[in-house]
Every structure is written in C-alpha cells, then in structure tokens.
Design a protein around this ligand. Sequence first.
Ligand code: FES
Length: 232
Amino acid sequence: MVDYNHPMHTGTGLITEIYLDGSAQMDCPPNLIPAPGQYLLAHASGSTSPLPVSVYFYDSAPKGFRFAPPLPPTWTIGTQLNLRGPLGHGFSVPANTRKLALIALESSSARLNGLIPIALKQGAEVVLVSESAPSDLPEVVEVQPLRSLEEICKWADFIAVDSARETLPQVKKLFEKLNQVSAVREAQVLIQAPLPCGGLAECGVCAVTSHHPHEWKMACKDGPVFGMNFFI
Ligand code: FES
C-alpha cells in the first residue's frame, strides 16, 4: 500500500455549504486536502470542546473539498476551522484494478466516494455495496444491498471497506472466507475509530489489534486504512 504520509500542514478552513446528508463543503488551502481515506484534524475557532474532529474526504470542490458526514452539531456555514493534516495512510487503488467493490458497512458510503473517479479513470467497473446510496452517485456505479456482500467480493479484484472498529471481527471473517476462494484478491479497510490526538500525544485511544492477538497498531498513524494482511 502506498504511504500517503505527506508532510503535515496547519491552516484554516471555512465551511461554505452544508448538505442534507450531513456532509459539508469547506474552503481550504490545497495542501490540506486529504486523499481518500486520510483525515484532517479540525477544531472550530472559539470552540470550548477540548478534542478536534477527524474530517474525511468525500468529493472535490472548487476551493477545497466536500467532507463526509456526520457534521458536528455546532458547525454551520461560516464556521472557521483550525486544521492539521493531511494525516495517516489513505487508500491506494492498484493500477491494474478492473473490478472495484466498495463496501460501506456504516450508514454512509461517503468516505469511499473519492475512490470512484480514480477507478473509473482507470477503466474499472465499480459496485457499491451499501444499504444507502448517495443520490449523486454516477450512473455507471452499480449499487447492491449488504446481503450481496460475499457475491460482490468474489467478483471484485480490489475491495475497499469502510468499517467501524467494532465491526472488524465481521470483516476478518469475510476476508478469511474470501482467502479460501482466491488468495490473489486485494483489499484495504478504512477503520473508523476516535482519533483525538492524530498520533501527537500517543494517547492510544485509536488502538486496533491485528491477526496476532498481542500486536497493536494505531489507526491514527499506521492507518486509518489497513491492508488485508493486517487482518488474516
Ligand atoms: S489518536 Fe492518539 S494515538 Fe492515535
């Protein structure tokens, strides 16, 4: 997997638009825009909250980017954000990908959305497995319900998953099953966990375990996207 740990920057962003799905658009300097799967730590100016919010790429926007839901309740149009990032390892779609499966185990598939234009540009077919699809999804992207998960994963040659840390045992089981069918398939998983310090304070809140029971990794800097070999 490609290391997306670009040099880290600080700067400010401004929320300019809010969407019904809880995503929002921010204007910010180009060097702060995270790649799909990477994140920014954002702290609203004047906020009394001690912890920053992790913000993920959803879509391109003219002066910044659209970020994935959920939107913190106090953030509105005009909120100024102090930003640090981009942080962590993002997704890396292999150049030879022809059949991409996007698996959204969480309520929104927004964090996977940035992979669609990359895959389409490479001439790949894209299937989104999710219980809810965004209304502005390109028509060429097929949407399948979660009950088709295994079938679509067997079809795909590259799989990108968005999963909460609590759902990882389910992802692991799926990978073990797929591995019995074919060992050549490649997969990457974006693990959602709280990322309060982004690796700065080594707080350990974002810890995840690998297939070795005593091996811990930090989602904030070793991830939040991990390759399939981390799990099986
Ligand atoms: S968020 Fe603190 S160590 Fe990962």
